[in-house]
Design a binder for this molecule. Structure first.
Ligand SMILES: NC(=O)c1ccc[n+]([C@@H]2O[C@H](COP(=O)([O-])OP(=O)(O)OC[C@H]3O[C@@H](n4cnc5c(N)ncnc54)[C@H](O)[C@@H]3O)[C@@H](O)[C@H]2O)c1
Length: 220
């Protein structure tokens, strides 16, 4: 592993999760400001755009190796470069996806993932109408071929979009085969050894927040 990668990993372990969730927002926003022709940006400016306290933004950015100039703020190009590097978006992380159904299929179609450093290089399913096909140029193999494909591709991440009943068994198979991180879209709380990273993601959780706020606004 390159020295700067090691440094980045050591740094990242110290960063609180809420900060890591906010940093990509700042990045998107700073990119927008760049498009508008801005050369410098302050945390106050970002704060106005995304409605997060400027002191919080400054604190979050203090985890990133960049310093702003008094009054003018951060240089936009440098901030984008440093944030992208810090968040791991400049490197491509290869992934396998399990379960090419409605969600898995949509993720395979999403070319935006690559901009955030994730490339799904192959997918697995057991449906004979899917196995052997390509979706968005990505090959779909039978799940039984997973171990063989692990030898072919240099992959550390598994994206889990299978039916909930088999979430644990597919996870066990992935981990036994050498997968180090699982992006779990199933509602099942999968169990993994300590050294395996799990990121649970639910679109529906965000929906619940939206509905709740909507109701709250209607009552007001
Ligand atoms: N996190 C979210 O926001 C979110 C959103 C939608 C769905 N989901 C979850 O994602 C999962 C998939 O949902 P969906 O709507 O795409 O379901 P789906 O039924 O459309 O797709 C499931 C796919 O898994 C495949 N599959 C079954 N057994 C397999 C195996 N052994 N190996 C590989 N593939 C196998 C099926 O053939 C099918 O293609 C579910 O667990 C669902 O609850 C989560």
């Amino acid at each position: 592993m390159a020295e700067n990668q090691k440094i980045q990993q050591i740094d990242c372990t110290k960063v609180p999760e809420p900060t890591l969730r906010r940093l990509p927002w700042y990045l998107s926003n700073v990119k927008l400001l760049k498009q508008r022709g801005e050369r410098f940006v302050s945390s106050t400016q970002i704060s106005k755009e995304i409605n997060i306290d400027a002191s919080q933004i400054a604190k979050d950015l203090s985890y990133v190796n960049i310093s702003g100039r008094t009054r003018v703020g951060y240089e936009v190009d440098a901030l984008i470069r440093v944030l992208e590097h810090f968040l791991g978006f400049t490197e491509i992380h290869k992934a396998f996806l399990f379960g090419v159904g409605s969600l898995g299929g949509a993720l395979l179609q999403d070319s935006g993932l690559k901009h955030f450093g994730l490339e799904i290089v192959a997918a697995f399913d057991i449906d004979p109408t899917l196995v052997g096909t390509h979706l968005n140029g990505i090959p779909v193999y039978h799940s039984d071929d997973f171990l063989k494909k692990m030898e072919e591709y240099d992959v550390q991440i598994g994206v889990l979009t299978v039916p909930i009943e088999i979430a644990q068994c597919i996870t066990d198979m992935m981990v036994d085969g050498g997968i180090k991180a699982v992006w779990n879209f199933t509602p099942f709380r999968i169990r993994v050894p300590e050294d395996i990273v799990v990121q649970n993601t639910s679109l529906y959780a965000h929906l619940a927040v939206m509905f709740n706020r909507l109701n709250f606004n209607e009552i007001k």
